[in-house]
Ligand binder design. Structure first.
Ligand code: MG
Length: 158
């Protein structure tokens, strides 16, 4: 059997923070606000995978009040989620995601992100598809005040 799940996340972009996306630091003058490293793509993927496995959401498993996760790499969340699935004889077979921000350009960083995400999830890079969009200048994302991500995951029972 195969199952699918969706994920969404948004983080404010602020000065004085690194911009971590898909486990990669993207050079930019702002970064994602958040308790962990604020990796919007990793968080959306976590929720998509947890959804496909009927395991709730990222907030249930990684409390944002827990000092253990302060500044943590969100790749740890993905590794943990992959292990939770393995314990239930489930595995991720494919993920697809859209990252939305006005700047910077993300396409050049996708190969590194796919490699980092693949390592965390135990997937080959061709099982991870990433897409970048702008918000055409509309709303907070369009004004460069925030970054958002949508994701979908397909999980198989074996
Ligand atoms: Mg988040």
């Amino acid at each position: 059997m195969e199952y699918s799940g969706i994920g969404y996340d948004l983080h404010r972009l602020v000065e004085g923070r690194k911009l971590m996306i898909g486990g990669v630091e993207v050079p930019f003058d702002k970064g994602s606000q958040g308790h962990s490293d604020g990796d919007v793509l990793a968080h959306a993927l976590c929720d998509a995978i947890l959804g496909a496995a009927s395991l709730g959401d990222i907030g249930t498993h990684f409390l944002d009040s827990d000092p253990k996760w302060k500044g943590a790499s969100s790749l740890i969340f993905l590794e943990h989620v992959a292990k939770m699935l393995a314990d239930r004889r489930l595995r991720v077979v494919h993920v697809d995601a859209i990252v939305i921000c006005e700047r910077p350009k993300l396409g050049p960083h996708f190969p590194a992100m796919r490699a980092a995400l693949g390592k965390a999830l135990g997937l080959a890079t061709d099982q991870i598809n990433l897409k970048a969009k702008t918000n055409e200048g509309v709303d907070a994302v369009g004004r460069g005040e925030a970054i958002a991500a949508h994701a979908i995951a397909t999980v198989r029972q074996h």
